[in-house]
Write a protein that binds this ligand. Structure first.
Ligand SMILES: C[S@@+](CC[C@H](N)C(=O)[O-])C[C@H]1O[C@@H](n2cnc3c(N)ncnc32)[C@H](O)[C@@H]1O
Length: 274
């Protein structure tokens, strides 16, 4: 396991994933019933963007640091939360900040040091449980939640280090859906070139998953497979209103993070019908 999110925290992929995550949580909290949130690849929860990991890659400078002042309206709630939390929040910190008293978060992190950091961060928090286990195993083991919540949001955010990560993700989504049919599943994916994505979407269709949308931010045409040319969030069982809410969020991200390169744009595509 070589991937450390500290090098990439605050990049355009984080901005896309977290801005949509904040919207998804808000949508699921329109109903008062308790919500279970599973964050399968949690990282360490908070990052110092001034430290050498982050400044070495400069990804946050071209990402979140362009959004913090005077954000466009569709990003206001997300950016307000980032500003409010002080140290730059990763997904478990954002989710934790938005939990209501009746909601619960389970977060998994496999890297031993990052897991220890995450565990310390949430020690003594009765609404959060931290697991040192593989995401792919957790999707079967932690769904449906043992504490009985009827609604769940699952964020799956793999590092894409392994050759077969897209295949593993397709299997993981199918497992999660089998275990809890109504759960909202959100999976982040990199856009380097299109071929792996075509295979990924086809695998989901073959597995019989229904009602899937893919929200994508393209910084440039996906022609150079060595670069992160954009990224997407795949959502299974999108809550009511996602189709209207996602495009303005994506366009607002592009307006601040895009650099006018050929092929830049946004898209919201239906991968499988309801
Ligand atoms: C992209 S980062 C997560 C970032 C985090 N979700 C956020 O938005 O702040 C991926 C994380 O997954 C961890 N990881 C890698 N393989 C894993 C696995 N099989 N199960 C759980 N965690 C894993 C890595 O150590 C890394 O911290």
């Amino acid at each position: 396991m070589n991937y450390r999110h500290a090098f990439h925290a605050g990049n355009h992929g984080d901005c896309l994933k977290h801005a949509l995550l904040v919207w998804l949580l808000g949508a699921l909290q329109r109903k008062p019933g308790p919500l279970f949130v599973l964050d399968t690849h949690a990282g360490i929860g908070q990052y110092d963007l001034a430290d050498t990991h982050a400044t070495r890659t400069g990804e946050a400078q071209r990402g979140i640091l362009r959004l913090l002042e005077d954000p466009p309206a569709p990003l206001a709630a997300y950016v307000a939360l980032v500003n409010e939390l002080g140290l730059y929040p990763g997904s478990p910190a954002l989710i934790r900040a938005l939990l209501r008293p009746q909601d619960r978060l389970a977060a998994c992190e496999l890297h031993p040091e990052d897991h220890a950091t995450l565990r310390r961060r949430f020690a003594r928090d009765p609404q959060v449980s931290i697991h040192h286990r593989s995401a792919w195993e957790a999707l079967g083991a932690l769904l449906p939640p043992s504490t009985g919540e009827k609604r769940a949001l699952v964020l799956i955010d793999p590092p894409y280090e392994a050759e077969d990560e897209f295949a593993q993700l397709a299997q993981g989504l199918a497992t999660a859906h089998r275990r809890m049919k109504g759960a909202v599943l959100a999976a982040w994916y990199p856009i380097k070139h299109r071929a792996p994505l075509r295979a990924f979407f086809a695998a989901l269709q073959d597995a019989g998953l229904r009602d899937i949308l893919a929200a994508e931010l393209h910084l440039r045409a996906p022609l150079d497979p060595t670069r992160l040319n954009g990224s997407g969030l795949l959502v299974v069982n999108p809550p009511y209103g996602f189709e209207q809410a996602a495009p303005p969020i994506l366009d607002a991200l592009l307006s601040r993070l895009g650099e006018g390169e050929d092929g830049a744009g946004t898209s919201l595509a239906r991968i499988a019908d309801e």
